[in-house]
Design a protein. Sequence first.
Length: 431
Amino acid sequence: MLMNKFYKSSIMILMLAVFGFACSDSDTNNNSDSATVNGSVEQARAKSSAEGTIVTMATVTANGSINTLQDVETTTDANGEFSLTFDANAAQNFVVIAENEGEEAMGFLSANVENGSSIVLKPINAESTTETEIFAEIVSNGDADLTLKSDIEAVITSDNAEEIGDEANLISQFAVSIVNSAEARAEFFAEEVEGDAQDKLDTSIEILVDAQARLESDLDEASNTEEEEAAVQLFLETSANAFTSAEVEANKASAAISLWTTLMLNNLDSTSEEVQNEVRSQVSVMTAVALRAAVEAEAELSEMNDETQDEIRNAGIQLMADIRATLGVRSDVEAAFEDFRESVESSMGNDATVSSEFILNLNTSINSENGANTIFENSIESVISADLVVNLFSDFELGLFSSSENINSGEMTEANIESTTRILLLLNLAS
């Protein structure tokens, strides 16, 4: 595994970002000797009324056990809401436990919290409990410094949380998948992102941290299912745009998220179809958002005509609608990305600045028996390690551009050849 100076710095950035999550977008507590967490308890986990639920503060220890702190306790009001004050210097990896008639639910804050901060925690329920159990597993494996709360948030839903439950094997698989994907993110920046890559990673993570904090606040304030779903969609879209918002080139951002998605799903290959579909429904939205933005950016850079760019934008709109309608079913997700690919390639082929023969011949070359895309697809199907997935991408990118250079491009400009090739790279990654 890559462990150069940049990568080690990236790990430190991730540690700071986890710390930043707890403190970002929060009001200052008047008591600088303590921190406050505000939230609510939903009744889904405990069938009795949420009023009077005992809420305590705990921490995740190095072995993954959850230990309750003494004398840090409160109860929920008639609305199931609570406010809990605690000394943030007493420990780290804080967890809020809600207990009602023998039933417990949990929600975790972050690896570190600062006194003087006031944190909004999303409603504590079955979903937040599963997320906390996964976080505890990550801590026990010594990987808490690699991951963000948003990494867990992106793949756990109320539906797959119910499926996962207290199954130790599933919790372990999700923990490994999330950590491996986080490692791939850091390694991708180290290997593929140019120009102040470390600063861009730092900024990207700050955006992800802010997206998580916004989601927690929005879910805390949501009064119906529609508002909850809107909050999650905003979170996924903001997360998908985090890299480009940090000035990472759109094509690199799209590739990074495609690889992150692939690695996440590969590591969950032995889970049930229902669990995989829920994860795929989340991560495919992020992939589609990033892919759509990258293809539009490349079309603009290549100076394709306005009609072509409009067609590509419309294809992107259709892609988002199709992806959201798939419900994460693999064949439907793949069909949605394939339809987008065909639409974009058709639009480019009809543009006067692009040679349709170049597109056809390049696709034929890379999809031949020994072509770059064939080798890539056969290799990445079962890859579960971060360093290997990034290496495979690098080889694929090199092979595709090598093929591009050997194909007659007619009167296409060099800039147009490069943009068209990058678009084909991204389309093949996603489909």
